[in-house]
Design a protein around this ligand. Sequence first.
Ligand code: UDP
Length: 242
Amino acid sequence: MTDKRCRVLGYSVDLLTFGEAVDFILNKIKNNIGLHIITINPEIIFAADKNRELSEIIKASELVLPESSGIVKALSFKGIKQEQIPGIDFSKRLLQKCAVLNYPVALIGAKEHVIIKAVNNLKKELPSLNIVYFHDGYFEKEDEVINEIVKNKPKLILCALGAPKQEMFIKKCKKIYNNGVYIGIGGSFDVWAGEVKRAPKIFQKLGLEWLYRTIKQPERIKRIYKTLPVFLFRAIIDSVNK
Ligand code: UDP
């Protein structure tokens, strides 16, 4: 946990810059301190409101990063200027650092052909990256995956199983192996595998990546229209009552 935090709809968000958050994590890795990073967005807040275990996991997290423009907007209603820190960019930066510092990493999640492609692409991009273990996200025997993590002792464990599955998996795994930094990063392996395209930079810069994803995957409209307007409305009320 950092000392610069602010609450958004009852959940603390760390107010660090991208660079400060990277340094915070590298320091924890160096000192063998395990932790769980949450990348928070309106969808996960709404899911947590209905799921007590998820809500407790978010509240216990040592670092909560403002993943989406919705969270950044909610903070701005409280007069706070905060940089958006997408999990996909943040975890890529951590991988780059791990490659340089020779910290072992593990990757769990996505379909089998996707994770294989993502691992191959990462090895091409970061030849010195030490991937000690990877597995797709459709396993039945969770304990076997956890045992492999314990055996291979990664310092960074990227879990891309979608929310809230990845958060539940991390909670269980961290109880058994607490010598690494865990982060749940949703569909990031699909992007690194080249299976899904990220929004053009202009959408990312304007905080409109969600809009691009919704146009490309119209089935997401239900998820967005149910959450975003309600979230912003609640965030305004929250800022008035602060
Ligand atoms: N996934 C997985 N195991 C599951 C369900 C999903 O590994 O049991 C993967 C899925 O293949 C995809 C990612 O989790 O790669 C979820 O992507 P999505 O974009 O839905 O995640 P979000 O970022 O919206 O949480």
